[in-house]
Design a protein around this ligand. Sequence first.
Ligand SMILES: NC(=O)c1ccc[n+]([C@@H]2O[C@H](COP(=O)([O-])OP(=O)(O)OC[C@H]3O[C@@H](n4cnc5c(N)ncnc54)[C@H](O)[C@@H]3O)[C@@H](O)[C@H]2O)c1
Length: 596
Amino acid sequence: MAREFTSVGVVGLGTMGAGIVEVFARNGVDVVAVEISEGALERGRATLTGSTDRAVAKGKLAEADRDALLSRVHWQVGLDALHSVDLVIEAVPEHLDLKQRIFAELDRVCKPEAILATNTSSLSVTEISVATSRPNQVIGIHFFNPAPVMKLVEVVRTVVTSADVVADVEALCDRLGKVDVTINDRAGFIANALLFGYLNHAVGMFESHYASREDIDAAMKLGCGLPMGPLALMDLIGLDTAYEILDTMYRRGGRDRRHAPVPLIKQMVTAGLLGRKSGRGFYTYERPGSPKVVPDERTPVAAEPALADGARAIAKVGVVGSGTMATGIIEVFAKAGYEVVSVTRGAEKSAKVCEAVKTSLNKGVVRGKLSEDDRDAALGRVNWSATLEHLADVDLVVEAVVEELSVKKALFASLDEICKPGVVLATTTSSLPVIDVAMATQRPADVVGLHFFNPAPVMPLVEIVQTIRTSAETTATARAVCAALGKTGVVCGDRSGFVVNALLFPYLNDAVKMLEASYSTADDIDYAMKLGCGYPMGPFELLDVVGLDVSLAIQRELYLELREPGFAPAPLLEHLVTAGYLGRKSGRGFRDHTRR
Ligand SMILES: NC(=O)c1ccc[n+]([C@@H]2O[C@H](COP(=O)([O-])OP(=O)(O)OC[C@H]3O[C@@H](n4cnc5c(N)ncnc54)[C@H](O)[C@@H]3O)[C@@H](O)[C@H]2O)c1
């Protein structure tokens, strides 16, 4: 018979604790909510009231249910109030000595059969458990932020946690409407082990002025469909908590440099910039605890497409290439009202590209997104050519030919001869250094990367890659063009992977390493990222869609350029590619797609 949990205790009512109280009280469980002082108790109570009031205002919770929910919570200072609860969840700051002290005290106060759980993100549950006389009844119950919203709970068993305690906690998660994954006690468990290297890397990009906070966050939201960007997420987690998690993961997780907290994080914590909870972190919030971002001195001035910065007027655009990207880019420019010259290597290829653009535009018409007149007008704006000389009078060239440096360099050398002065020359490369292409011309200041995402007509993001020779006018022009296309242009430096791939692929590679180490299964890892972090796809789903060969190639480039040991491609990824398991396109990758 599964254990009945009629009353639980929550210790620490900060970012996580207050949310955990809500989860239990919403599901009919009585909660004793404990803090260290009256003031802290009041803050916890205000968080719960604020959250439930918002739920009522949004029509997600009836007033009577809110009142019933609130009446189930008993607010107390000090641990003594926990003498008769069936389960305690501790959510105090991420310090081992503090947690050990609290567990020793809980062991003294709580009834002998009570289960003692920690919400730690990175500390050893085992080390916490040995501070009690009942380590077999100690377990990790790791909720995700915000606890009332995120579906996932990681249930962490130590080598001594009894099997019935694990089973009872799993049943409880079910009752709370959560999806649980049960795992062993390892730093960062599943989700944080995959998340925090990425967050730290993103902070590093911001610290080194590689890209602005808005651009880093927009890149990951729009390029990967994440619910929030990494810096906004750091603010939500709390920079003090994030610092402790990184620091613990660094020390417990094999001293991986990628977990050594970027110095800026510590500086911000020292300066009291803790994120949402203190009203200021990477962004500024309306008031402490508020989710609403308000403008501050870093907020970009709502840029009227940057004409003031010297952006050049663009009316006529050349697109070179005949593949998927070139086709999509021709469509994007033509639909936005630009006159387009498409250049391919022959009439046959031009006919194919023309057909592909037509088919895509027709789909828009069928779906009611485009009128027939607009389709015809867009097609009418495109001139089809097989001669580079036809680019003599365009204002912008977008190159989207094969991803080979020698081919691109030769093309840019020709463009340099043919194009009029002042033209912006853009490459869509996703992995080659833009500066190499720029130096094939006599006008590197006019060369920029315009990294569109596939499919170009759909994806809202373009990475604007500035080399050390790109002029401010060229960047301003690229920004203005992206805005005119209805895309979000994010400006970044000329480094392998730009923003999105540099942040995305090491995380995917880490997931493969985790699988390879048999810590968890592909299904549970995918669940953890989708239900714990709100990702649209889990890492293995995404790898199978992107293609394992493509992923491996990108990861190799990142490793070769940055020489970061943690970026070394996972051997399992290499083996799968060698075996021809490339993902959906070959019928098998991490999963077998032929049987679905
Ligand atoms: N922030 C996140 O996104 C997140 C997500 C999952 C898990 N966690 C984990 O949850 C735990 C809490 O993190 P947080 O972000 O909520 O921290 P927080 O700083 O927001 O809140 C901690 C609370 O604990 C209280 N506290 C401190 N000492 C106490 C004591 N002796 N007795 C009672 N209360 C005490 C503090 O007053 C504060 O209100 C940590 O272990 C963290 O790793 C955090």
